[in-house]
Structures are given as C-alpha cells and as structure tokens.
Design a protein around this ligand. Structure first.
Ligand code: GTP
Ligand code: MG
Length: 427
C-alpha cells in the first residue's frame, strides 16, 4: 500500500439554521476536507437563524474559535457556507488562521485534480471569477508592502490604494478574458469530436450522479464486458471528485449493437455556480445524451438528498427531458437487499456484480435501440461486401445460401433497412 500522505489539520465551522440537512452537509464538508488532503480535528457549530453579516458566527463563538485555533495550533479554518469577502476579512482579524469557505475549498480540490488542458482552464476561470470580488485585501496588502506604510495612513496612500485596486481588478479581468479565449480553443477540438460522434448516429448514454456514487466503476464494468481491447479503463477512487474529465468509450454488445458511454464529473451540494458555469462544456456530454444513467450510492443513508442535488444540478446546466435510468448502486453493502432488482426504470444493483451490469445493459437496450427492425435480405453473390457489413454491424439471426444469393435475416437500424431496401424479400 502506498504510504498515507500527511494531512493538514483544520477546524470546520458551520451555521445550524434549523435545516434538517445540516448534519449531512457538515459530514459532506468533512469529506470535502479529506478530499483536499486535510483532516478536520474539531468542528464548531452555532445555531443562528442567519449568519452575522460581519463575522458569520456571533461574537462569543468567534472568540471561542480564536481560542480553539490557538489551543490546537491549526492554521486553517473551513466554513460550511460561502462567505462574503468582508466576513472572511473580519474573521481573519479575530483569529490567527486563514479562512477558506466551502466554495474556495471545492475550487482547491478541483484545481488539484484537473488533468486535461480543458479541465485546468475551466477551474482557472472559476477561480479567477471567485477572486474578482475578493480582491480588496490582497490589493491593500500589496500596497502596504510596496510603500512600507500601514493601510489607511495618509490621504495620498488611500488614493494610490484605490488605483492599485482598480489596476488589480483590470489585471484579473484581462486574465479572465485570456483564459476564456484559451478555453474556447481547447473546447473546439472536443466539440468537433462530439459533432463527429453525433454524425455517426451511434446512441450516447451518459453516467451522471453524485460524486463517489460509483459512476466510474459502472463505466469500467461495462468496458470490461463490452469494450474492444483499445478501450481503456477509467480511474476509480474512494474520494470525492475522483473524475473531473469526461471519458467516452464505445461499447459493442454481443448482437453488434453499438453505443457510446460517457463518464464525467460528479455533483455535490452547493456546487459553486462559477464552477458549474465553467464545467458546462464538460457536462455537455450529458446534455447531448440519448439516455442518462443516474448512479446513486444506495448504501448511503442520505442517498435521497444526493438524488435531489443531482437533479437540481442537471436542471441548472440545462439537462432536461432526457430519459433516465436510476441505478441504485452499492446494494452489496446493504444487508438483506436482494440485487439486481428491476422496477420500471429503476435498478437496484452493484457495479461489482456481473449480473447487475447485464440487467443494466438490458435496460439501456430497451431505451436506446427502439429504432431497429428485423428484415430478410437476399444478397447477390457479387455483393459480398454487404454480407460482410451485415455480419460486422448488425445482429444476424440466420444465414442461408440459396441459388439466388445469400439469404440473411438480421436485426438492423431503420437507416440500414432503408439502405438495403432493394434486397429485402417478404416472407
Ligand atoms: N461495495 C461497492 N463499492 C462500490 C460500488 N461501486 C463503486 N464502489 C466504490 O465506490 C468508490 C467510488 O467509486 P467511483 O466509481 O470512483 O465513483 P464516481 O461516481 O466515479 O466518483 P467521482 O468520480 O468522484 O465523482 C470506489 O471506492 C469504488 O470501488 C459497488 O457497487 N459496491
Ligand atoms: Mg468517477
């Protein structure tokens, strides 16, 4: 086993507004912390109807937080909500640690995970947009360093401080424009690929769902069963946001029917809007799919909340009106739960179980291959290429050699049925 990396100890904080999902969201925050190679060694929460506009927590709790930071010797505090720039500044004035809010944390995780050029640019764009309204502090700090005076000193200082801030804003805005341009270039190639696939008329199926639900594991199971040898496995890991890039694989079923399966970034509650915006193109794979498979971690007591989040996020990125199969995954982790069990468009299953994947495949087939028909074709002997095509690309039910040519009964797409209409024979 690889040696465990040392994790940075942090304190997590959260506001309990009486929402029933509060415990779950704190647990999720702790998992996000772990995913960022940190460990929450203490959690401080406060019951309040709404956050204090200046300091998030009330005065007493902030003092307690400052004391705890000192006692435990940590230098980072993670907040469960998105904080305003002034809230971050004010808390940092009171405690001897830096504050990262939930959005900042998710952005850090994404930044550490991004592999492809496109994903890196997407994260960069989201980060820059997040920084833009938060420029104030760093701008005045830089000014202090440059002039060697404290902020709010003389009149001239304040004046140059403002222009420095404006300058920084402009620099950041220029960077944003630049990254947007690069991103457009990087996305062009993927768009072309996607368009080519659309032209090929192969149906596409997209795996979607909460992070860590098992999407990549389902993908790998399907690749193992139905992928050609060049189809590579994707990465599976027990952590949030293991997958950030979209992978698409072509699968060929035993009856020669082909479809494309795509695996992509998972969702989490309160996914930062800038990030969702930035990842829209990655997620376009789902938007253009003929069928979605929502993978759910059925062994997680909060699976219903996760489904809700998934469906809300899909709506946010404009993925609506696409048929969906719900794969209630990880059933093997539950006691007394039979699987695979199919009920309409729902399947209780385990991605580690071959029979489950067969059932899932049967459901996919029902949904995406409704444009097939069985035809009888009499192919003259000099048209051997057509016989070869049918054998390679369709489900051939029977082949007979007659005096007039090869008589083939096959299940073909409507398009192929039209293409070979001249050779069709009736019963
Ligand atoms: N017991 C059990 N474990 C599973 C099953 N499916 C996935 N896992 C495990 O769950 C963890 C997450 O699986 P992934 O396939 O990486 O999940 P994902 O949905 O792709 O997650 P992200 O890419 O992070 O969004 C891994 O440790 C898998 O081995 C299952 O059916 N049963
Ligand atoms: Mg994955």
């Amino acid at each position: 086993m690889p040696q465990e990396e040392t994790k940075t100890s942090v304190i997590t904080i959260g506001l309990d507004r009486g929402d029933t999902n509060f415990d779950y969201s704190m647990e999720e925050l702790n998992n996000l912390v772990l995913a960022n190679n940190m460990d929450s060694i203490e959690t401080i929460t406060q019951k309040l109807d709404r956050p204090d506009p200046a300091t998030y927590f009330g005065k007493g709790k902030i003092e307690l937080l400052g004391q705890t930071v000192q006692d435990l010797g940590v230098d980072t505090v993670i907040a469960n909500d998105e904080l305003s720039p002034s809230q971050i500044r004010n808390i940092e004035k009171n405690i001897n640690a830096r504050i990262i809010d939930r959005t900042g944390l998710i952005l850090e995780i994404f930044a550490n995970r991004a592999q492809s050029k496109e994903a890196k640019l997407q994260v960069e764009l989201a980060k820059l947009k997040y920084q833009l309204p938060r420029l104030h502090t760093s701008a005045s700090q830089r000014l202090d360093q440059q002039t060697g005076t404290s902020a709010g000193g003389g009149f001239t200082n304040r004046g140059s401080g403002e222009s420095q801030l404006e300058l920084n804003r402009r620099t950041l805005q220029n960077k944003i424009d630049h990254v947007k341009g690069e991103l457009k270039e990087a996305q062009k190639a993927n768009d072309t690929k996607r368009k080519q696939r659309d032209k090929n008329d192969i149906p596409t199926v997209a795996l979607v769902g909460y992070t860590n639900a098992g999407k990549s594991t389902v993908m790998n199971g399907m690749i193992q069963k139905f992928g050609m040898h060049e189809e590579k496995q994707v990465m599976v890991k027990d952590m949030l946001f293991a997958t950030l890039d979209t992978s698409v694989r072509q699968l060929t079923l035993p009856d020669q029917k082909k479809f494309l399966l795509s695996d992509t970034v998972g969702f989490v509650s309160q996914l930062p809007h800038n990030l969702v915006e930035a990842f829209k193109s990655t997620l376009a794979e789902a938007a253009n799919a003929d069928l979605l498979i929502q993978v759910v971690d059925y062994s997680d007591p909060d699976y219903k909340l996760m489904m809700q989040t998934t469906e809300e996020t899909l709506k946010e990125i404009g993925v609506t009106n696409i048929p969906m199969i719900i794969a209630f995954n990880k059933a093997d982790k539950l006691d007394n739960q039979p699987y695979p069990t199919r009920e309409g468009n729902d399947l209780i299953m385990s991605a580690l179980n071959s029979e489950s994947l067969d059932d899932l495949t049967a459901m996919i087939k029902d949904e995406i291959f409704d444009n097939y028909q069985v035809v009888k074709l009499l192919i003259p002997f000099d048209k051997g290429n057509i016989v070869a095509y049918l054998n390679d690309n369709t489900h051939v039910i029977s082949t007979d050699y007659t005096d007039a040519g090869t008589l083939i009964e096959a299940e073909v797409t409507n398009v192929d049925a039209d293409r070979f209409i001249d050779y069709q024979v009736s019963e």
